[in-house]
Design a protein around this ligand. Sequence first.
Ligand code: NDP
Ligand code: 8X3
Length: 250
Amino acid sequence: MKKTALITGATSGIGRATAHEFAKHGINLILCGRRQERLDSVQKALSKQTIVHTLNFDVRDRAQTFEAIASLPKEFQKIDILINNAGNAHGLDPIQTGNLDDWDAMMDINVKGLLYVSKAIIPGMTERKSGHIINIGSSAGKEVYPNGNVYCGSKHAVLAITEGMRIDLNPFGIKVGAINPGLVETEFSEVRFKGDAKAANVYKGYKALQPEDVAEVIYFAISRPAHVNIADVLMFCTAQASSTIVKKKL
Ligand code: NDP
Ligand code: 8X3
């Protein structure tokens, strides 16, 4: 029987690549994001391979999130796989000069948004006593780097929440895991630097992970046999050794 996956942040980067990877394997898709034209174009591209439904909502908005998920047509209501991917860094500033709006965005999207989406979907999984949740953390959730303060805090929170989910959902046979990439070449740095030209330099001089590399690992995790749960993965591009050590070809 075909499975259904809901992917947040499916309009770009890792989420969009995961949608493509899942479509290749015939998984039914619920794709989420705020940019409707992007949702439409991903839906159009993947509809030849699988059935796709899109949901436009801001994960920061609790009511919108619950309403969107409650609005799913019958054939999409049984969600087998949840990929909590929506998120970004906003700013890269020392704690003493950090911007409060950036801090709110990171905690509200990366942490509270993930919780709202999970809260809307987990009851169906516990009722059916099956399901699989993958939270997209980060190497920043394992290692704090200079000026990363609040983003790193949000991703450490994602890891703690992942572990908590795995413990609490264990009696229901629900799998929970985190995939934690290092530098991935997506729109992430454009968002972090708010369109500033320095975003273009982040992935220069070495080959960063590509979103498809992460999508393949996510698919690996969700395609293991029933008794296997990939609990935690840290993945870097070969040039990266830690959050602060990247071998550039200069
Ligand atoms: P992108 O900027 O390319 O994609 C971010 C996605 O999140 C977009 O689809 C965006 O959709 C969605 N999103 C952002 N804010 C909201 C919101 N308020 N409500 C709903 N959706 C939202 O970045 P990545 O693909 O790189 O990031 C995906 C995840 O991977 C994030 O959690 C990030 O922290 C994590 N990550 C990224 C790494 C990297 O180096 N790129 C490394 C490690 C982890 P839309 O704007 O349409 O709403
Ligand atoms: C994204 C990777 O190193 O910019 O989570 O924090 S990093």
